[in-house]
Design a binder for this molecule. Structure first.
Ligand SMILES: [Zn+2]
Length: 326
């Protein structure tokens, strides 16, 4: 894959690369974005481009690219949490390695994944090097939780922000990976435009089956008398509570979109969304409350049935807006 082919970000990255090559850039890039937004993939492509010896970077075929892809390029150092955090010793080890001359090219590349896992001491150790770096080092820090980084670290880096791309762009990115258009569109909707998440879902038949079960359960809700029957299949899914609530939240947001005349993410399920007897806003409030109840140790069956009864309250059609404050 070429930088320019990275859907949604190609132009930005090419521009950044030109700045690096012209020496017009700080020596540290901070890639920030939610899980699955492509920041790690992009950082790796960018780093690979910096070692690649071909004209069209990254070529993936030159000796430097091959070593990079195999994780054996001598000038590329990778730091990521092996356990829960990245400690000060690991950062010192990295800094020592960077003090040597680059082995193959004219600079070192230091990549720190999940940089938010750097302990405060480790961040302080890194800070000194970021403040007055050896001229031949390029840092890549990657994180989905930049709030865990010291302001002084962030201010020494040029931040590159990633968001979820639109479902349309996401679908194109999936098609570029060989996924057929109809499936790509469906996955893009289910992942709300996160390419990484879409690829996870694609290989996860169990998740697809759970999603179908959740929607069927919601569709089986027809008045208070149906609560126990509708909830039963989901109550049996032990350990899947969080996943079920996530699926419900996505469904609720799309119900809200359809019920207010907007476009749902899960467009392939539009007819089912339109047929739904459940009010999207009430379902979303129900999901939020359910998460709270689970957090305070209410059992999963009770949590779920509470939610379903609330949805069926005030008339049997469920199309009600409820107040959850008591
Ligand atoms: Zn190459």
């Amino acid at each position: 894959m070429k930088l320019s082919e990275f859907v949604g970000y190609g132009d930005k990255m090419e521009q950044l690369m030109r700045s690096v090559q012209a020496g017009r850039i700080v020596h540290a890039l901070l890639f920030v974005g939610p899980h699955g937004s492509g920041k790690r993939t992009m950082a790796r492509l960018f780093a690979q481009s910096m070692v690649c010896s071909a004209a069209e970077k990254p070529c993936g075929e030159c000796p430097a690219c091959k070593r990079f892809l195999a994780g054996s390029h001598p000038d590329v150092k990778l730091l990521r949490p092996e356990k829960r955090s990245i400690g000060v010793e690991e950062v010192r080890g990295l800094i020592d390695a960077l003090s040597l001359r680059p082995y193959e090219g004219d600079r070192h590349i230091a990549m720190i994944e999940q940089a938010d896992k750097l302990t405060p001491n480790a961040q302080n150790a890194l800070l000194k090097t970021l403040e007055s770096p050896p001229g031949d080092v390029m840092f890549f820090l990657i994180t989905d939780a930049p709030g865990a980084l010291l302001d002084t670290i962030v201010s020494r880096c040029q931040t590159v922000r990633f968001g979820d791309v639109s479902p349309q762009l996401c679908a194109r990115a999936l098609e570029a990976r060989g996924i057929p258009p109809a499936r790509a569109a469906m996955l893009a909707g289910l992942s709300q435009g996160s390419v990484g998440r879409a690829l996870e879902i694609d290989g996860d038949e169990a998740w697809m089956a759970l999603r179908e079960q959740v929607i069927a359960s919601l569709e089986a809700l027809r008045g208070p008398a149906s609560v126990a029957t509708a909830a039963m299949p989901l109550e049996a899914e032990k350990g899947a509570e969080d996943g079920i609530l996530d699926i419900m939240e996505l469904w609720a947001r799309d119900l809200m979109a359809v019920q207010s005349g907007g476009a749902p993410f899960q467009n392939s399920d539009r007819p089912r969304l339109e047929r739904s007897a459940i009010d999207g806003r009430a379902l979303l409030q129900g999901v939020l409350l359910a998460r709270k109840q689970l957090g305070s140790n209410v059992s999963w069956p009770n949590t779920l049935e509470n939610m379903y009864f609330q949805l069926m309250d005030n008339g049997n059609d469920g199309r009600t807006t409820l107040s959850w404050q008591r």
